[in-house]
Design a protein around this ligand. Sequence first.
Ligand code: GLA
Length: 739
Amino acid sequence: MSIFVNEQNGTFHLQNHFVSYIMAVLPNGHIGQLYFGKKIRDREDFSYLLEGCIRSHSALTGSDTRRLSLEHVRQEYPFAGGTDYRQGAVRIMQENGSCLTDFVFRRYALTGGKPVLEGLPATYTEDDGEAETLHLYLEDEKAHMELELLYTIFRDEAVIARSARVRYTGSGSVRIEKMMSLNLDLPDDRYDWIQFSGSWARERYPMTHPLHQGIQSVGSIRGNSSHQHNPFVILKRPDATENAGEALGFSLLYSGNFLIQAETDTYGVTRMQAGIHPEYFAWKLEEGESFQTPEAVLAWSEEGMNGLSQTLHRLYQRRLCRGEWREKARPILINNWEATFFDFNEEKLLQIARKAASAGIEMFVLDDGWFGARRSDNAGLGDWYPAQEILPEGIKGLSEKIEAMGLKFGLWIEPEMVNPDSDLYRAHPDWILRVPDRQASLSRNQYVLDFSRPEVVDHIHAMIADILRNASISYIKWDMNRSISECYSAVLPADRQGEVYHRYILGVYDLYERLIGEFPHILFESCAGGGGRFDADMLYYAPQAWASDDTDAAERMKIQYGTSYGYPISSIGSHVSAVPNDQVGRITPLKTRAEVAYFGTYGYELDLNLLSDEEFEAVKTYTDFMKEHRELLQFGTFYRLRSPFEENEMAWMVVSKDKKEAIAGLYRTLNVPNESFSRLYLTGLDPDLSYEVEGYGRHFGDELMNVGIVTSTVMSGKQNGSVCRAADFTSELFIVHAG
Ligand code: GLA
């Protein structure tokens, strides 16, 4: 890894074993983008890559030899209001009413490792040799502002991490109206855009379309990253597949309102941007104040989308997740939500836990309904003390009883919310987000607390920390069950109301930071009505996230498959639940439910007392299997093999780092009569190693990858000597060992 700087011609070349990222100072002092892609050797002069030209109707910036039509130049961080008619990366309103800025290059600095972004989640390094950072400093003298563009290149990954910071040095104030974390101008538009979209219970379905002239985007203005869209987009070459071809990933480390967009111009140049959504955003800077954007991670692969995902999985597992759970296999838990919903008392919980302990499950998680007057979703939210009538000896008493069974104890919280029918709201009605003299809208009977206010965060922190201090709690599920509306803070002045969405999420980060600082042993799982806040930045605090409220196995195939594009398997919260499934009424085999959930954190969300003896014995077997293989399943190299969005069958697999162990899962949606022959082609194995596939004989890696496993009779029953599929929603695992 190196950062080459040619001071004579103002060129910067970030290079590692995989990629090159090249920029140069333009004649007008702005920064031009020259290349991002597969590693190329460094050279004296890359100016031939400066393709700026002047065309009919171009407006020219600057004077004499410095004249440039910015519209035709690929730039690093374009400024609004000049001769570039595409979207700017930054727009700052000044006191004279102009938002024209002209930041010109002043100096650069190189630092080892990666700087911390104050108050924000970000990837990190553990020693300075793991990455190098280029800081480009620009200045707009007339507007009294300094801009710092940060670029970190990692030594071992095809990744560049980017962010930007602006500082105001004048008197009075300016107002940032838009400030993107990343802008990347690509020289052509021969890409398919893949976004990960859906809705509650159908999160992160990959949706693909070719780039076209104009703007295409995904974003959220809901206050969380949302069920609807995810702050992650892939651009892939049209011929790129899961295993071959070029793909670029744009991942924003931010849970608030976001925007990722591509603008393809008349000449096919594609401008990618990722950052805080400019809608509803405005940030006031007074003299000496600065604003730091969230981080965006730019990943590259020439090994298709599996290669891209593996890069992000490794980076996020090793250098975004923190703490002792970072690379540790996750406990197998049982959560009482779908088993009881709000209808439980201590004895019922203990019965569920007792049975779980006898199945080898490791942790019991008490979900919603344990506090205040929370007997339904109508009341109690915000009152973080145990309900006496349900838990006579409090959380402490319950956790001790659970631990006496040999289980760890976990707890659900929803710290950002309040029911109007709660002691907290009665005491502090002004603590919610609400526009004065207007009604605040309810969603799931709750309001959103104003986490932009430190005293609100302090109060919630005190209540939650008190519970965590006084009971033995090993896990927290942190939920967020509604979108924000009527976003307005009672304490901020009118000209700072545009800051509330961002200040809110900074408050969430702050509470997380304080709790993980004080309780480093606790495993946090984030959640937002299922997968409404499943994004990279949350992994900085909570290394796993509840992927969806939809626990049906067939639905989960799609959700987990889609999620795997941007996020590691160790982060995907996955449970076996009861049938008929609560969300879709579907009945799927217990085996399939387990075999889908294996590719995630794995747990249960049902009352095991209600299973037949045979099913209960099966649960024990599944639990043992997960204990034996979870390191590989959660931290192995993951490959998508067959897409549930394209076929009736889905397949995926994990391979150990030394390629000696692998597990593949094959899943069928609907049964097919008299069907064709079929094969499952494995990938990622060593072609020269001899492998035993449990139940399917011994084969060399090259056979398994090129000939495939004959699966025509897999998942089938035999009737009268002829093969027929046993049922809908069947699955089969292939356990592969070398030697
Ligand atoms: C959300 C979560 C569920 C459960 C409920 C409790 O919907 O996604 O798993 O915790 O809240 O109210």
